[in-house]
Design a protein around this ligand. Structure first.
Ligand code: ADP
Ligand code: MG
Length: 349
């Protein structure tokens, strides 16, 4: 797709092929022929076959310079991430993803090749998560790029997992580790400032690879639900960590009508996060609880789950639910109890 430059090896302005030309190219590049797709791109609407399953649907909007910055966001990664974050929302509902719709508003200055590079990242994610792009909308923008993704998935009747449903004393469990995406963002912001002062310096970011990958190419934890099924466990409440652990825990507590206690010394934090936090004089616990964009899952499980997940590297018990009217608390390493606050990512700040 990308080698499709014209004779002078120039990039093709969007206006050369027009909206319909672009959609035609997208349709060709993204068709996968999944069984769930009865009608994909090319009609007024798509038709999806979910047989007798319930449909779960979610949507997310990504705006240039609000959610991503082209200075350090590779186009392909942007495409991949835009799909992955929606799949993460479906995983957090206990749903199996099937299809996505992609709407883009692009300025005329954007080349066809750049858009196709974004779509090639989307396509990679579609293959990884076994979903298909079945439609979307294409329009122009006077200020930067906007990508809006809608993702559909299925659950068996009444098997969706909500934010409500946690019971007093239940275990609070997170998957993977926390704070790495935030640490990666701090590294890139620092390098961007250096680059502005001296555009000839090429930063060596190899030692930050894990953090950058967590920020730029997050994966949705579609592997967790089957793992829990194998262990014969079912979360009583679940959500994905997009805005930061603290903010998501407050959602869970509010929806379930309970308080909670989590412990600083139990938070799963990668050594690379500690290293960057030390370099940049940041607090690793703050990165872990307020950082956001980790796309791990936060869930509550019954007490008997403890034996089953003990020693499993994918799951960490970070605390437990408390009673109705109790506050959501963080117990620090020195035994202090701090109220959890929603300091998560807020695009209106
Ligand atoms: P309409 O005028 O009915 O909105 P469009 O010309 O916008 O139709 O879209 C034609 C077809 O192409 C539809 O199937 C639509 O879902 C699909 N489509 C349009 N834009 C995109 C896009 N950016 N990505 C994927 N599919 C798209
Ligand atoms: Mg349209």
């Amino acid at each position: 797709m990308i080698e499709d430059k014209n004779a002078d090896n120039q990039y093709t302005p969007l206006e050369n092929i027009g909206e319909f030309g672009l959609i035609e190219r997208i349709a060709k590049a993204t068709a996968r022929g999944l069984d769930t797709t009865v009608k994909g791109i090319g009609d007024d609407a798509a038709v999806i076959d979910h047989s007798d399953l319930q449909t779960v649907v979610t949507t997310d909007c990504l705006v240039e310079n609000v959610h991503f910055d082209f200075t350090y966001t590779p186009l392909k990664h942007l495409g991949y991430k835009s799909i992955a974050v929606n799949i993460s929302d479906l995983a957090a509902m206990g749903a199996k993803p099937t299809s996505v719709l992609v709407s883009i508003a692009a300025s005329n200055r954007m080349s066809v090749e750049a858009l196709e590079e974004i779509y090639s990242g989307m396509q990679l994610a579609c293959e990884r998560y076994n979903v298909e792009i079945v439609g979307g909308d294409t329009t122009s923008s006077l200020s930067g790029l906007m990508i809006s993704i809608t993702a559909l998935g299925t659950v068996e009747k009444d098997k969706a997992i909500y934010r409500e449903g946690a019971q007093p004393h239940e275990l609070i469990v997170v998957t993977g580790d926390l704070g790495a995406a935030y640490a990666g963002l701090q590294v890139l912001e620092r390098e961007k400032a250096v680059f502005k002062d001296n555009p000839h310096l090429q930063p060596d970011l190899s030692e930050y690879e894990y953090l950058l990958q967590r920020l730029l190419k997050p994966e949705a934890r579609v592997d967790i639900l089957p793992m829990l099924e194998d262990l014969e466990l079912r979360p009583t409440a679940m959500l994905d960590i997009s805005d930061g652990l603290s903010s998501e825990l407050l959602h869970l507590c509010k929806a379930s009508g309970l308080g909670c206690k989590i412990f600083e010394d139990k938070l799963p934090v990668d050594p690379a996060v500690f290293k960057v936090c030390e370099e940049m004089q940041l607090n690793a616990t703050t990165a872990a609880i307020n950082g956001g964009e980790d796309y791990e899952l936060l869930m509550t499980l019954p007490l008997y789950a403890h034996e089953k997940i003990k020693g499993n590297p994918h799951f960490t018990v970070i605390g437990h639910m408390t009673q109705e009217n109790d506050p959501p608390l963080l117990v620090t390493n020195t035994g202090e109890m701090l109220p959890l606050k929603a300091q998560g990512w807020n695009s209106f700040q």
